[in-house]
Ligand binder design. Structure first.
Ligand code: GLC
Length: 451
């Protein structure tokens, strides 16, 4: 018996990290990430858990009683720009307290935050000189959300990522329009696409130069032009070079739902575990050469919803986080702050419960990679150094055979309390005896220490 499978797995992982060449780009054939970027990717994969924030002037309408509206309400209710802009004049989230947010997210166990700097409505939640359509220049609040959040993140050792919508329902030069933001917006029937991309890159440059080191960019909205002639006119190569030139460690993530393009550093999946496609728009292609991340809502909405009470249980969220880790993926869990700047009480309670779980089980999540046994109906596995963590989330019997062959197991313990459990190395794998009452846990984690 040897421990070779584990050595092999770690080697395969390192090789995977280095060969990050995408085959899908039209503009740029290859991309070689810098050393800083590779280190940031590794940090990212170790971090495993982040909080996504959808917050903007749309939060005031709270979905208008229609779950799913939220950050899309300009589009779903076909609100023209001249009316929608009034939301900026009304936006005054006086209870916003960046430090309180960050402390709350940190207590849930999150290591990073990804926040909407500009969503599809085009309104910037930071002080931009490229357009006065931003929180400092147009709202009575007049404070730069990103500045305050970055300061709080630095103080509490949390990394900050910026979500940025490539599509823009407000900018006249975002033309030709894609499949959204049509005539109702009141924009002219012409525009200069390249001028819009220049504008976007100017805004990105502001975000890259005015807020210190950031974790990276999370792009969204590419899909707006997916079926049109402008599908490949985003000048991605130039944009990605701008980012990596100014901040080599900044990770580029683009939620376009297709195979990653050269210059991207993380492949995201929306509302689905990587490889699954219940949402109907995810690709089932999973990169093995770059980190992956799944984003999910705590109810069904990204932005704050007045009526969406479909909150997932903490058990479900934890099991999804674990399922993601077992698939070698990060988990980005979303919250939609309220228009006054507070986070919903329901979310805060969930953070506390998640944090308690992470306190005990975090060892089997942080710093791990997906284990040698792929997802099974009973759960997943994760690995870290000489430890294999068996996450048993749905199993009725005390005996479970984990199909790892030729393993040399030194000890098996319940992660929760360190109690030894019986095991047997058989020709088909490691047979473990799980105490029956543990089977009721959200995730009975068995820690197998290998030679
Ligand atoms: C989708 C939605 C968008 C949301 C994003 C988050 O692209 O259209 O509103 O921000 O998902 O993953």
């Amino acid at each position: 018996m040897t421990s070779r499978p584990f050595v092999w797995l770690r080697t395969a992982f390192v090789i995977g990290m280095i060969s990050c060449i995408s085959t899908n780009s039209v503009a740029q054939a290859t991309y070689t990430p810098t050393a800083e970027n590779l280190a940031a990717r590794e940090w990212f994969q170790n971090a495993k858990f982040g909080i996504f924030i959808h917050w903007g002037i749309y939060s005031q309408l709270a979905g208008g009683g229609n779950p799913g509206g939220e950050e899309w309400i300009m589009e779903t209710e076909q609100i023209p720009i001249d009316k929608y802009e009034r939301l900026a004049e009304l936006f005054n989230p006086v209870k916003f307290d960046a430090e309180q947010w960050v402390k709350g997210f940190k207590s849930a166990g999150a290591k990073y935050i990804t926040i909407t700097t500009k969503h599809h409505d085009g309104f910037a939640m930071y002080d931009s000189n490229a357009s006065d359509y931003n929180i400092v220049k147009r709202s009575p609040f007049g404070r730069d959300i990103m500045k305050e959040l970055k300061a709080a993140c630095d103080k509490h050792d949390i990394k900050l990522f910026f979500y940025y919508s490539q599509l823009d329902w407000h900018h006249p030069d975002y033309y030709p329009r894609g499949r959204t933001g049509q005539v109702y917006t009141g924009r002219p029937e012409e525009g200069d696409w390249d001028k819009y991309i220049d504008y976007q890159n100017t805004q990105l440059k502001e975000l890259l130069t005015n807020y210190g080191d950031i974790g990276g960019f999370w792009f969204d909205g590419w899909w707006d032009q997916k079926n049109g002639n402008y599908r490949d006119r985003w000048r991605l190569e130039e944009t990605y070079k701008l980012i990596h030139g100014l901040q080599p460690q900044a990770l580029v993530i683009n939620n376009h739902h297709v195979t990653p393009y050269a210059g991207e550093d993380v492949q995201p999946f929306e509302q689905d575990l990587p490889g699954e496609n219940s949402s109907g728009f995810n690709t089932t292609y999973i990169s093995d050469g770059m980190p992956i991340e799944m984003a999910q809502t705590m109810n069904g909405s990204w932005g704050f919803s007045l009526t969406d009470d479909g909150f997932k249980s903490t058990k479900e969220l934890i099991q999804t986080l674990v399922g993601a880790a077992g698939r070698n993926s990060n988990y980005l869990m979303n919250t939609g702050p309220m228009p006054d700047g507070r986070i919903q009480a329901e979310n805060i309670q969930t953070y506390n419960e998640m944090g308690e779980w992470m306190e005990i089980y975090g060892e089997s999540i942080y710093g791990t990679r997906g284990g040698p046994v792929g997802p099974r109906p009973w759960g997943v596995t994760t690995i870290k150094e000489e430890n294999l963590y068996v996450h048993v989330m749905d199993w009725q019997d005390s005996l479970l055979t984990v199909p790892v062959k030729d393993a040399s197991v030194i000890s098996a313990t319940l992660l929760r309390n360190g109690k030894k459990i019986n095991f047997d190395v058989t020709p088909t794998g490691i047979a473990i005896n799980i105490p029956e009452k543990e089977l009721d846990e959200w995730d009975a984690v068995i820690k197998l220490t290998m030679k």
